[in-house]
Ligand binder design. Structure first.
Ligand code: PLP
Ligand code: COI
Length: 353
């Protein structure tokens, strides 16, 4: 792929690694390319990071035509840099594009964009274990007209942020509130797509949870409000009587790459994993009975995150004494060892830059 590169005249100073937080700092450059119906993608370029200008009628500003992905470039223990299952993100981005009537991008071109960009910004891939260069590709519609239709013009961009832990708690257990009022999406809706609107509609419940001291909400299905779906930025897994249960992909849940990896890893480690409908009733019963041994969330930003407390209505349940469970810890250790190149990758998940 032909990418025009214009380097910045004002390179930034990399912030101290222990102060990174999540998504606060950005690298020197950004990738941009444009799309027009009939012409396809054109003008692939890397330019200095900066503000962009948009027509006030731009589709994204009115009708939310936007999709994104999130993946990380990891600093291997041997000093190299690698991605984790990038083709999975690329394919999911194209599935999201299809749902939102935005243009797809050739898989190989997208991989070229990611690798060219990460090579250029390599000095921003932090070195401490647990930190990474978070990559955020996104596409938005920018027709300069107010008609509602599939976009004819779009822009794809890639920005990157050297980041630390997503939760301020790090790998420590987080508190999650079960949301019974708002729903995230419904079957037939956009739940399986990673589109901005899903997140915009979820922040009200997120704020309510935060006010009560919880990190995120646990969503119930939007039709019956009966089945557990996922957390704000993570899929969710439970260990009940030794068996790992995770909500099946019904179309309203984001098909997480970390979820898929955890399932494959757990099976390899010999655990029974059930992907099925998992009701709120069953969850409450397991909490009351004490058969819920562990609960954790999994996602690119959050990695594997133990859930120490679950709130439902005015009740609060403590899981596993509020401590990290054995399987949660094991998954975290094994997955992060592969991602940060501390251990062999028997699955072939890593992609060296
Ligand atoms: N669910 C939601 C709503 C998310 O935003 C994310 C993060 O991308 C996930 C689940 C986990 O997906 P992945 O493991 O692909 O990052
Ligand atoms: C992820 O990439 O893991 C995310 O969920 C991003 C999140 C901040 C929306």
């Amino acid at each position: 792929m032909d990418i025009q590169i214009t380097k910045t005249a004002a390179p930034k100073v990399m912030p101290p690694e222990n102060e990174l937080g999540f998504g606060k700092y950005f690298t020197d450059h950004m990738f941009v390319m444009d799309y027009e119906e009939g012409k396809g993608w054109y003008d692939a370029r890397i330019i200095p990071f900066g503000n962009i200008s948009l027509h006030p009628a731009s589709t994204v500003l009115h009708y939310g035509a936007e999709i994104f992905e999130g993946l990380k470039a990891y600093r291997r223990i041997d000093g190299g840099v690698q991605l984790f299952r990038p083709m999975e993100n690329i394919r999911r981005m194209n599935n999201s594009a299809e749902r939102m009537s935005l243009p797809a991008i050739d898989e190989q071109d997208m991989l070229d964009i990611l690798t060219t960009f990460v090579k250029l910004e390599e000095r921003f891939v932090p070195k401490s274990f647990g930190t990474s260069l978070y990559l955020r590709p996104f596409t938005f519609g920018n027709d300069e007209t107010l008609g509602v239709h599939a976009v004819k013009r779009a822009t794809f961009m890639l920005i990157a942020s050297p980041s630390g832990s997503y939760y301020k708690e790090g790998i420590n257990p987080v508190g999650i509130m079960i949301e019974s009022e708002d729903v995230r999406t419904v079957r037939g809706g956009t739940g399986y797509a990673k589109c901005g609107g899903n997140y915009a509609a979820s922040t009200r419940a997120g704020e309510r949870a935060a006010k009560k001291g919880y990190s995120q909400v646990l969503w119930l299905d939007g039709v019956e409000r009966k089945y557990i779906e996922e957390v704000g930025a993570m899929n969710v897994m439970f260990k009940i009587d030794g068996v790992v249960v995770t909500p099946m992909l019904t179309g309203s849940i984001l098909p997480g790459i970390t979820r898929k990896s955890c399932i494959e890893m757990l099976k390899k480690l010999g655990y029974e994993v059930q992907e099925r409908l998992f009701s709120m009733e069953e969850l409450l019963e397991s909490l009351e009975k004490g058969s819920l041994e562990e609960a954790w969330g999994c996602g690119t930003a959050a990695v594997v995150s133990p859930i120490g407390k679950l709130a439902y209505g005015d009740k609060e349940y403590v899981i596993g004494g509020g401590k990290i469970g054995e399987v949660t810890q094991r998954l975290y250790d094994e997955l992060t060892a592969i991602q940060w190149g501390k251990a062999e990758d028997p699955f072939g998940w890593t992609y060296k830059i």
